[in-house]
Ligand binder design. Structure first.
Ligand SMILES: C[S@@+](CC[C@H](N)C(=O)[O-])C[C@H]1O[C@@H](n2cnc3c(N)ncnc32)[C@H](O)[C@@H]1O
Length: 227
């Protein structure tokens, strides 16, 4: 039987101590365990409603902009999970060059069975290092789950091509994400930047500049360009 959202987000049944912010390894292990339990929920047919799918498409369209998904574009899908966003990229371009990084084996099992052409890397994004640089980087519904978001941005911006874009997105919006943060601070320790000032502070020293911020009730997109 599919586990409830409540159970996996609270880590119920994990039989492990909650990771604290002062213990990065424990935090990552907890994150991995929580999402490995959640794979069933994220891969269920009901998870992506028509409305949610439309918002995911809008995020991708707004993020890619007029350039669209050019062939040869290298996409990095961070915390890709079961591939909610991956699916949108492949619908646009079935031969898109996508690398999906995630901590959770169970989430990635689903992703690789659904999208065999995607390169899969099971790793903490902070340890991920690519032989090629990326043109388009996405953190969909996972940015607030990172241990140290600014550190991750410094690490990933060093693996982007000049002019590449990096997107932080949430298809349920900032208020929803804030609700998760309040309810499950061990799993979602950070909020999404609420304004341009916070966004600029977050990317200090990375070469990333803010390009757009869409902050609607059920849609959040913060895009940066590597200048
Ligand atoms: C809420 S799910 C979102 C999945 C997917 N992006 C989506 O939109 O459905 C968050 C995902 O981020 C992954 N994750 C969390 N911290 C991570 C990290 N440090 N490195 C890689 N993946 C991470 C989790 O394993 C989980 O699959």
């Amino acid at each position: 039987m599919a586990q409830s959202m409540e159970d996996f987000m609270s880590g119920k049944g994990l039989n492990m101590k909650a990771g604290t912010k002062s213990d990065q390894d424990a935090f990552i292990r907890r994150q991995e365990a929580v999402f490995s339990q959640a794979a069933e929920h994220f891969s269920s047919d009901e998870f992506i409603s028509e409305a949610l799918r439309k918002r995911l498409e809008r995020l991708v369209d707004s993020g890619l902009g007029e350039r669209g998904l050019k062939s040869g574009f290298r996409i990095l899908d961070v915390g890709a999970g079961c591939g909610a966003l991956t699916d949108v990229f492949l619908a646009k371009n079935p031969s898109a060059d996508i690398t999906a990084v995630d901590l959770s084996e169970n989430m990635l099992k689903v992703l690789s069975s659904r999208y065999p052409s995607v390169k899969i890397v099971r790793e903490d994004i902070l340890k991920f290092s690519s032989p090629v640089d990326f043109d388009s980087v996405w953190f969909n519904a996972c940015f607030g789950n990172l241990f140290d978001p600014a550190q991750v941005l410094r690490h990933i911006s060093a693996q982007m091509t000049y002019g590449a874009k990096l997107h932080i997105s949430h298809p349920m919006g900032r208020a929803f994400q804030k609700g998760l943060h309040r309810k499950y601070p061990d799993v979602v320790p950070h909020l999404l930047p609420a304004n341009e000032e916070e966004a600029v502070k977050l990317v200090k020293g990375t070469g990333l500049v803010v390009e757009q911020m869409v902050d609607e009730k059920q849609l959040y997109l913060l895009s940066f360009r590597l200048a």
